[in-house]
Design a protein around this ligand. Structure first.
Ligand code: ASP
Length: 296
């Protein structure tokens, strides 16, 4: 049996000082701990890495604390448009959805795209039609509503900004969730799910559903889930870049993860972090922001 490994994240951003009360901190820790516990139990019982990362991400999507599923951020039109992706490191099969609404667990829809369609990536109306075909039940807007997210949207509603990059709020912008795992057979998988960025417009799609940018898994190298300023993770093809540094340059997981987050991403102006595992059960969780909700 191989060494089991599991890491999860709840986004590379922390609540601004003063907003993080001991109670809130406890609730973030509890939510991460319970998602990790659920996932680890499944890993121990012999479930595959794909099943485990999906289960962990579903737990985090079901918590209003994170920007994925319930608690997703508001678009410029006051709606929720979610993105998710999943990848199987053994087969290199992948599934992704983007701009979906009303879906309680976008990560499950991404997995269905991977396993029940001939495609990798379905977006917007097409993704919704696919969900309908599989008889997904739709939740109404209220299910996804969270007061803090609403307040964040009110602060920039009606402007062109979708970054929330003004000083005090700088680090409150990310809350994407993700999971990476190495199962008992040494198979890897990665899953990432997000509501995107507050006040996003024009059908904006971030890195989270993009295989190679915000999510990637390959048994030969590693499984990666990213969080941060999506546009830069796309330009830097961050998740695949990390895998390439291991495959082509022979870097260790730790060294490669540090290189992409602390050097390459910063160099192009991006902020965020990632979680990664390799087939030996090593884990890396670097970030260049003030904090990143994470557990392993
Ligand atoms: N990477 C996500 C996006 O750009 C945001 C996040 O990590 O919270 O959509």
């Amino acid at each position: 049996m191989k060494k089991l490994a599991l890491a999860i994240h709840g986004g590379a951003g922390t609540l601004i000082k003063g907003m993080m009360t001991p109670e809130k901190e406890r609730s973030y820790k509890d939510a991460l701990e319970s998602a990790l516990y659920v996932g680890y139990k499944l890993l121990e019982s012999g479930l595959s890495a794909v099943e485990v990362v999906e289960a962990c991400v579903k737990e985090l999507e079901d918590s209003h604390l994170f920007n994925a599923g319930k608690g997703s951020v508001f678009t410029s039109e006051g709606k929720h448009e979610m993105d998710a992706s999943i990848m199987n490191g053994k087969t290199l099969n992948a599934g992704a959805v983007s701009l979906v609404s009303g879906i309680k667990n976008p990560i499950s829809l991404a997995r269905d795209v991977m396993e029940k369609s001939e495609h990798v990536f379905l977006a917007a109306k097409g993704a919704m039609q696919f969900a309908e075909k599989l008889k997904y039940q739709l939740e109404d807007e209220n299910y996804f509503h969270d007061d803090l997210r609403y307040q964040q949207w009110q602060e920039i509603r009606g402007t062109d900004s979708f970054k929330l990059d003004h000083s005090a709020k700088k680090d409150s912008k990310f809350g994407t969730v993700g999971a990476v795992a190495c199962d008992s057979l040494g198979n890897l998988a990665a899953a990432t799910s997000t509501g995107g960025m507050t006040n996003k417009q024009f059908g904006r799609v971030g890195d989270s559903p993009m295989i190679g940018a915000g999510n990637y898994a390959n048994n030969k190298t590693c499984a990666v889930s990213c969080t941060g300023s999506g546009e830069y993770f796309i330009k830097g093809v961050v998740a695949y870049d990390l895998s390439c540094l291991i495959e082509y340059k022979g870097l260790s997981l730790q060294a490669a993860a540090k290189e992409v987050i602390q050097n390459r991403l910063l160099h192009i102006g991006g902020d965020g972090g990632l979680i990664a595992v390799d087939a030996l059960g090593n884990i890396a969780m670097p970030f260049n922001t003030e904090g990143m909700y994470r557990a392993c």
